[in-house]
Design a protein around this ligand. Structure first.
Ligand code: ADP
Ligand code: ADP
Length: 226
């Protein structure tokens, strides 16, 4: 379960730049929310505030009704997938996925179970011994997803996760992410430039411009209006 509320959220960077202005949004459990808008409009900043990677200047962030503004990122039960899904080049797929769990000192048997479950979901079972350089772009992106999934988070934040992939892989991964959303039953916020991704993945789309929310609507209403 994870509902997320952003209440009157503002971000003013230390240099005085007002990047996000009075952002209001109530996200229901298991929604797939898409952020779209021109480069520099504040999408990543908003995502990073939800993750706790960026301080909130004013306003409240609630997850399941609990105020999260001052909660450490590691205690937020949120996983983030970026476009430059930097994997550890010297580690195998298995160890890349297990890394975060080892840091948290989980028992080995539990780590092993979680990694294998994630590998199964992502169809990586045959690739666990490989190093990243021996994988295709799509396989690497799946490993990056795997690192997030093993933590079993209630919330996934994805910042243009497919933008570095070629067109064919993007289509394939888009379908996989859609299936993943169903399987995991997680709440997802997803930043993209791609209208097809927004239309096919989103339960609702948030359109931003210059740090301001312009529109929030379903893909159907947003793109099919005359
Ligand atoms: P988007 O993800 O929509 O491309 P960002 O959230 O990355 O936009 O950036 C929003 C605005 O905030 C941009 O104008 C960017 O230059 C500015 N910005 C981002 N990070 C900082 C920072 N650390 N200090 C000052 N301004 C920043
Ligand atoms: P570490 O080197 O971090 O102590 P190990 O290599 O001893 O970890 O592996 C611990 C467990 O993880 C093993 O029991 C094994 O089942 C599993 N494991 C490690 N690497 C792989 C791999 N490449 N493929 C499948 N399982 C692996």
């Amino acid at each position: 379960m994870a509902s997320i509320s952003l209440k009157n959220i503002n971000k003013v960077y230390p240099n005085g730049f007002h990047a996000v202005k009075d952002f209001n949004l109530d996200i229901e459990d298991k929604e797939f929310i898409i952020f779209v808008g021109p480069s520099g409009c504040g999408k990543s900043t908003t995502l990073r505030m939800v993750a706790g990677l960026e301080d909130i200047s004013s306003g409240d962030l609630l997850i399941d009704g609990k105020r999260m503004n001052d909660v450490e990122p590691k205690d937020r039960d949120i996983a983030m997938v970026f476009q430059n899904y930097a994997l550890y080049p010297h580690m195998t797929v298995y160890d890349n996925m297990a890394f975060g769990l080892k840091l948290r000192k989980l028992p080995k048997a539990e780590i092993d179970q979680k990694v294998r479950e994630a590998a199964k979901i992502l169809d990586l079972e045959g690739l666990l011994d490989r190093k990243p350089k021996a994988l295709s772009g799509g396989q690497r992106q799946r490993v990056a997803m795997g690192r997030a999934i093993v933590r079993n988070p209630k919330v996934f934040l994805m910042d243009e996760p497919l933008s570095n992939l070629d067109a064919k892989l993007r289509v394939q991964m888009r379908i996989e992410i859609s299936k993943l959303h169903e399987k995991l039953g997680a709440t997802i916020i997803y930043v993209t430039h791609d209208q097809t991704e927004a239309m096919t993945l989103g339960t609702r789309i948030v359109v931003m411009k210059d740090g301001v929310v312009q529109q929030i609507d379903t893909p159907h209403n947003l793109y099919n209006k005359p």
